[in-house]
Design a protein around this ligand. Structure first.
Ligand code: ZN
Length: 268
């Protein structure tokens, strides 16, 4: 009970993460502290049947969770739990939150909540803003993700990026751009990999109890984590995500690699 944080991101499919969020609500509110969640006390059963007044679901209205919904949630937070110890707010498809909604939520995440827990359910960490991510504890319930790119390619790209982190100033930018553009895989796949790599570095840095996506690159991941601040890691994810977006609208791959490397150099 004391280990419960005030804000979480549960990564994975909607069904699975909803189930886990309800389990968390049971743990936080179970009447039998010895064996929580017991599954049979009044509180556990109400949560199981989804009729507990202190479990609040927030769903996207239309395509997104809007700032008005988050404002309502913040107003709600000021109220005490109706019958439990903790109120649990479950934001479904949290990645659909508009940037305004995420920024509104951010202020709440910065202040410790004593009687509430916010759980963001999402299958897509990339659409959440880094400052929101950094204030939540991440739990990964997604199926094991298999990297698309071969270990050799991933290793050489990881080493190339680590080189930037170590040297802080790129002297042979042109050569690195060439190296990236000569990789056989599609730019999108490489960028997806780079994002997953920095996501693993984030996991290492925050000592999260989450498995690495690139478990075979563990030793490199820890080298990154030792060199980069939390903020630099989050900014690196942002830089790579921006270039991933650019691959969809822009044809020039060299420009993408150039911008990526310059961006990554800037944040270290
Ligand atoms: Zn119980």
């Amino acid at each position: 009970m004391n280990n419960i944080s005030h804000a979480y991101i549960f990564l994975g499919a909607e069904d699975e993460t909803t189930k886990e969020a309800l389990k968390l609500a049971q743990i936080a509110n179970c009447k039998n502290s010895q064996m929580s969640p017991c599954g049979f006390c009044n509180s556990c059963r109400k949560i199981q049947n989804d009729v507990h007044p202190d479990v609040v679901h927030v769903y996207p209205e239309g395509a997104s969770i809007k700032i008005e919904q988050v404002r309502q949630l913040i107003l709600d937070l000021a109220e005490k739990p109706v019958e439990g110890n903790k109120k649990l707010y479950i934001l479904h498809q949290a990645h659909t939150m508009t940037p305004q909604a995420q920024n509104a939520l951010l202020k709440t995440l910065e202040e410790p909540l004593t009687e509430s827990i916010i759980v963001l359910l999402s299958s897509n960490l990339k659409q959440l803003i880094p400052t929101v991510i950094s204030r939540c504890q991440i739990r990964d319930f997604s199926q094991e993700v298999k990297p698309l790119i071969s270990i050799n390619t991933r290793q050489s790209i990881a080493n190339l990026l680590l080189h930037i982190v170590h040297s802080k100033k790129i002297s042979e930018l042109g050569a690195l751009v060439t190296q990236l553009s000569e990789t056989d895989e599609k730019a999108e796949e490489i960028l997806e990999f780079i994002i997953s790599l920095y996501r693993d570095v984030l996991v290492a840095k925050t000592n999260s109890s989450v498995a690495f996506i690139n478990g075979d690159l563990e030793s490199i991941i820890y080298k990154f984590a030792a060199q980069l601040t939390l903020n630099a890691i989050l900014l690196s994810i942002e830089v790579a995500s921006e270039q991933l977006k650019a691959t969809k609208s822009r044809g020039n791959q060299n420009l993408i690699w150039y911008n990526l490397l310059m961006g990554l150099e800037e944040v270290v």
